[in-house]
Design a protein around this ligand. Structure first.
Ligand code: GAL
Length: 630
């Protein structure tokens, strides 16, 4: 497949007389795709029912006449001010009960029926008018951005009660599932059930987990309504642009509704507050970004897209405006990030945005052009990629040897019941991912309902708190080495402790008899080096002990192809544990230099240097931001 480049463009921000010149420059740069429209509602419908689509008609014509393909975004992330007058109760409400006010974006509540109808209405109108003229669609923009997925509004309360009634059928069944006899929390009617915020002390975790499942379903429902509206008028593929470390809704559920998953990659923006990097690493990677965070999401969204189809819809092109600090990337980094995405299978990488906006919230956010239309630094790097692509090797789509389960519901369950500060499911999975990458392994992230593990040599499901029946059967049937724990299969669907005690895995005699959590500043030692931190389980077992603590208590055991890890290892311990598992799986782990990462795609190996300095690897000197393939 031919890899392509694109950009995000806002014709409504610029005088119409420069559109044609912009389009020509995009095409000359070697771009194929241009995404437009996703925030333009106030210009498409300035007052209720007053549709002004002619300008968009002309914008699409200008872009397509220049040979570009248009991705049209539905404008529903930015309902105009009149919408609030029409639906005063449409706002999302935060956990403290405060409405999220108008004046930025994403202020709607997913459960508001009136707003969902408005969103379907505008989507239908756009699809009718442009369905045959655009080459792809984007629904809304970044579900989950600015913490707007979880809403404690009246609409959400009403819809949640309805969702619970459908799920449990009777209050008694709900009371039993949640264990509401505890603290006399029993309900006589679904109408009595509140949203789980503003309680005196923690709400029942089962109540919280169902609310989180409901919240996720509301996002999927909102998206499906737009998808249906588009499909009625257009055959063009549909996508949504997801984000980094947003876990409030199940992306696999939403992804199944559409052809393409895309995500918005801001490596420097993410580094300080999303990656979980140490202060030292934050300084070291300040101009490159974390060496694994982007790759993790590339691999995740390859699994979210139908048949593995995925893009980067917004690629950071220079300093952004919204992180705690906003440095410029190292020279070459924009090209590097683009190649990293291609190496992980991206069909397209689109740069955000075409021209830096001199007004409103994102004035200091770089684009490919400066506000005066002069080429910004990233322009030449995009041109470099466009020329690389001329003789680019085919990035084959092959199954990776390693599979890592990622389960959104486990994130919600860990959040509902962390049992101690710092215990975060995403972070545990990401630590394992980083460890695998440090060994030079290429990884597929797989959903929790994966029914076959055929073709994988090593499978890991750390922290997946309730294994699905499909995955349990796949684990029982696979020849792969499987690493489970900590906290794998630890709870029932209703977030109770099952009896027999966890993890209850066939052919693996392990019983978690007690759990404890450690202070973040008090890790304890593995006998063979490294430490465990935060989470530790006491286990009873007859399996072979392969890791233990300094008092000879088991920390990891193995029986046949199954292993169970009873603690959260640090980087040193995880390297040893994963190396052993990889060798047992017949893989060939490499101890890579700290900042080198590789990605194998069939015949081609891509090598990336994430260091701010030159690094020697495979007989080559890789400069900072260096990438090569062979
Ligand atoms: C994304 C968003 C864009 C823009 C960008 C700035 O999260 O989708 O609209 O705000 O961030 O980096």
């Amino acid at each position: 497949m031919k890899r392509t480049l694109g950009t995000c463009y806002y014709p409504e921000h610029w005088p119409e007389k420069i559109w044609a010149e912009d389009a020509r420059r995009m095409a000359d740069l070697g771009l194929t795709w241009v995404r437009i429209g996703e925030f333009a509602w106030s210009r498409l419908e300035p007052t209720p029912g007053n549709l002004q689509f002619d300008w968009l008609d002309r914008a699409i014509a200008t872009l397509t006449d220049a040979g570009l393909k248009v991705v049209l975004g539905t404008p529903t992330a930015t309902p105009p001010r009149w919408m609030l007058t029409k639906h005063p109760d449409m706002l999302a409400v935060d956990a403290d009960g405060h409405a999220r006010k108008f004046g930025s974006r994403r202020h709607y509540c997913f459960s508001h029926d009136g707003y969902r109808e408005e969103s379907v209405r505008i989507t239908c109108l756009l699809a009718e008018r442009f369905g045959q003229r655009v080459a792809a669609w984007q629904t809304d923009n970044e579900y989950g951005c600015h913490d707007t997925t979880i809403s404690y509004s009246k609409s959400a309360e009403h819809a949640f009660r309805d969702w619970l009634a459908q799920k449990y059928q009777s209050p008694d069944a709900l009371n039993r599932a949640w264990g509401n006899v505890f603290w006399s929390m029993e309900y006589a009617s679904f109408e009595d059930i509140d949203l789980p915020n503003l309680t005196v002390t923690e709400p029942n975790p089962a109540h919280v987990l169902d609310f989180r499942r409901f919240t996720s379903d509301q996002v999927a429902r909102f998206n499906q309504a737009q998808v249906d509206a588009i499909r009625a008028h257009s055959d063009a593929p549909i996508s949504h642009n997801y984000m980094g470390r947003v876990t409030e809704f199940d992306h696999f559920d939403v992804g199944r509704q559409m052809e393409i998953a895309t995500w918005d990659s801001y490596p420097l923006g993410f580094l300080e507050d999303r990656v979980g990097a140490s202060p030292e690493d934050q300084r070291h990677y300040a101009r490159q970004g974390d060496p694994d965070f982007q790759a993790f999401h590339h691999d995740l969204y390859r699994a979210v897209g139908t048949d593995g189809r995925w893009w980067v819809m917004e690629q950071q092109p220079g300093p952004v405006n919204w992180a705690p600090s906003n440095p410029a990337p190292l020279p070459g980094m924009v090209r590097f990030w683009t190649w990293e995405a291609f190496a992980h299978g991206a069909e397209c990488v689109a740069y955000f945005r075409w021209r830096q906006a001199p007004f409103a919230q994102e004035q200091h956010h770089a684009g490919l052009l400066r506000p005066d239309s002069v080429e910004a630094e990233a322009f030449a790097e995009a041109a470099h990629v466009a020329s690389d692509l001329q003789d680019m090797p085919e990035v084959e789509r092959v199954q990776s040897p390693v599979a890592l389960v990622f389960d959104y519901a486990s994130q919600w369950a860990w959040e509902a019941q962390p049992q101690g500060i710092g215990n975060d499911y995403f972070q545990l999975v990401f630590d394992v991912y980083k460890g695998l990458r440090q060994l030079g392994l290429s990884i597929d992230i797989i959903p929790p309902d994966t029914a076959s593990l055929d073709g994988y040599k090593l499978v890991l499901a750390p922290g997946a708190i309730t294994l699905t029946d499909a995955l349990k059967a796949a684990i029982a049937n696979t020849q792969a080495q499987v690493v489970l724990g900590p906290r794998t299969n630890a709870k029932t669907h209703a977030l109770s402790i099952p009896v027999p005690l966890p993890p209850a895995i066939k052919n693996l005699d392990v019983t978690v008899s007690r759990v404890e959590t450690l202070r973040p500043d008090s890790p304890e030692a593995f006998a063979d080096g490294g430490h465990y931190q935060l989470w530790r389980e006491q286990i009873e077992t007859t399996a072979d002990v392969i890791e233990h603590d300094t008092q000879n208590r088991p920390l990891m055991v193995r029986a046949h192809h199954l292993s169970y890890l009873a603690a959260w290892p640090d980087t040193t311990a995880i390297q040893r544990i994963l190396t052993r598992a990889a060798i047992a799986a017949g893989l060939d782990p490499i101890d890579l230099p700290k900042d080198i990462r590789i990605r194998d795609t069939g015949r081609t190996r891509f090598v990336f240097n994430h260091s701010p300095d030159s690094v020697e690897f495979e007989g080559q000197t890789l400069p900072p931001a260096g990438v090569f393939w062979h």
